[in-house]
Design a protein around this ligand. Structure first.
Ligand SMILES: Nc1ncnc2c1ncn2[C@@H]1O[C@H](COP(=O)(O)OP(=O)(O)OP(=O)(O)O)[C@@H](O)[C@H]1O
Ligand SMILES: [Mn+2]
Length: 270
């Protein structure tokens, strides 16, 4: 057989950091034992207890996305630098690592997902849960039909002051949090109805059916988006909340912070 190392050598040369995506424990150990190697682990959870770890907000199906978001988080955390050469090892097929790609870190193409985590008042895990919920709702819809939804996360007291009820609040006396499995079922059911969900910094669902009445002055959202998106953008300028919106008309999930659109993703990509 031809000399593989010579043929594929270029892929492996001058690498600054090896990035392992969701490695198994034994796989990670082999790399962490190599003293002359910088190893970074990326995944939805740090199952191997790696020292340098970047959390992914979602399990990305497409590798390009997975790598892009992972490296974005690594840049944000300062684990890698703009221009670094990374060897990214990930799984495409059956869950174990089977693919290696050589990528150069590009600090200029940040999507905003990590801004969303670092600049939000709510806990990152809460933002992650709501983002996941919106994506899942976008994929499935409600009984096959597309649905829209608006989640306002964080700074709930102020958000409540700048909104009014459209109907009785089913969460009035409950102590449920996003991420509880039962809540996901409830939220999906309630998302057929009008208005916004209000969620606290720690993920408690404060209310459903809120009509938001923030001042829309100085809010600059892309043309063509309607009242739901305008209200979402505006509430994040008027308060320290983050808004996550699923559009009924184009099916995209968007996140707003400080009156600006930070992130736009297609649920079909996850
Ligand atoms: N100020 C508001 N507060 C809470 N919910 C709102 C507000 N304005 C609109 N909505 C909700 O958004 C729904 C859709 O409104 P509209 O079509 O104008 O928004 P949109 O931005 O075009 O969203 P979509 O892309 O989902 O159609 C309304 O039926 C209502 O439930
Ligand atoms: Mn609309």
């Amino acid at each position: 057989m031809a000399n593989m190392a010579a043929l594929f050598g270029e892929i492996l040369s001058d690498v600054d950091t090896v990035v392992l995506f969701s490695p198994s424990g034994s796989y990670y150990e082999r790399f962490s034992e190599a003293e002359d190697l910088d190893v970074l682990v990326v995944g939805t959870e740090n199952a191997v207890g790696a020292e340098t770890f970047v959390e992914l907000p979602l399990e990305f199906e497409e590798i390009a996305q997975r790598v892009r978001f992972g490296l974005e988080g690594a840049l944000e955390a300062g684990y890698i630098d703009d221009g670094d050469v990374l060897l990214c090892a990930t799984s495409v097929f059956d869950g174990s690592i089977d693919t290696v790609s050589r990528v150069r870190a590009d600090g200029s193409s940040q999507s905003g997902v990590y801004d969303l985590f670092s600049s939000s008042r709510a806990e990152p895990a809460v933002i992650k849960d709501v983002l996941e919920l919106a994506v899942e709702l976008g994929k499935k819809g409600q009984k096959g039909k597309p649905v829209g939804a608006l989640f306002v996360v964080g700074d709930a007291g102020k958000v409540m002051n700048k909104s009014r009820p459209l109907s009785y609040n089913p969460f009035e006396k409950s102590h449920v949090h996003v991420g509880d499995p039962i809540v996901n079922v409830m939220l999906k059911e309630f998302s057929r109805l009008d208005g916004a969900f209000v969620i606290s910094d720690s993920g408690k669902i404060v209310s459903a059916y809120r009509y938001l009445e923030p001042s829309a002055e100085g809010v600059d959202i892309p043309k063509g988006l309607g009242a739901r998106h305008m209200a979402a953008g505006a509430i994040t300028r008027d308060t320290n909340a983050t808004a996550i919106v699923l559009s009924e008309s184009d099916g995209l999930v968007r996140a707003f912070k400080n009156g600006e659109l930070l992130l736009e993703i297609d649920p079909e990509d996850y």
